[in-house]
Design a protein around this ligand. Sequence first.
Ligand code: BGC
Length: 294
Amino acid sequence: MTNLSATDIGQVIVGTKPGDVRPADVSPSDVAIGIDFGGSGIKGAVVDVRSGLIVGDRLRMPTPRPAVPHQVVGVMNELVRRLVVPWDPEIGAAFPVGVGIPSAIRKGVVLTAANIDPAWIGFAAEAEMGRAMGRTVVAGNDADVAGLAELRFGAGQGQRGVVLVLTIGTGIGSALFIDGRLVPNTEVGHLTIDGRDAEERAAESARERLKLEWREWAAGLDVYLHELERLFWPDLFIIGGGASKRADNYLGFLTVETPIAVATFRNNAGIVGAALVAHERRTLAMAAAGEPAA
Ligand code: BGC
């Protein structure tokens, strides 16, 4: 793996928000690193999986161009290296990494590439990233992991029944839950509506691309939600992704009967959920090996 320098990776934006915790406040056995692979930026943080809080700073680096797997993995590797700097090296080296990728993913392998470079199709993400980073890496669909964060700690906490989380941003991601259990890779952002892929009209990027007023864009989103309602009969929709930040501009135009909640983690759900799946996998592996969960 290439060692990228700060100039190769561009500016790193560092920030801590109120409510986040410091490394000294958590037990290292309760943390994992979460990474969210987006079109413009790759974000990551150390997460306390018992509370869903970010520990220390969250880092963001620009997504490299072209965003082909080995380049992106190089940036993720650098992000992880920087995230563990505040920790004792031996402790930080054991943190597992979870990565949310905007594609269907089965057994750690990337299957689709709707909004990312086609070179990702067939990429053995978990194996390759694990090798590059020298630690356990768990890869999941970005919306699936974001949904897990919302169900565990956010807008869907304790919610039984059928919950459909939609992350509305560049594309539309989906995470379907029944009594809190995920049905992975639902990909309902690609449902065909009026002969077109739903995300072409209802993603947030479509509002920007087509220069639509909120009301016009919401009308398309509403048609889409009605179709989902007719097919899944959910008990709750949760809207996340970039569009969750400006929900007040369009929620009033939506006419579905299903209650709609706005994701509480906003854009951080992907980081938190990715850390959750990584931590769970490590806990399972340790139990299988007969090791105490520390
Ligand atoms: C992809 C999904 C992803 C969603 C949000 C869609 O285009 O097919 O896998 O979850 O975008 O990033």
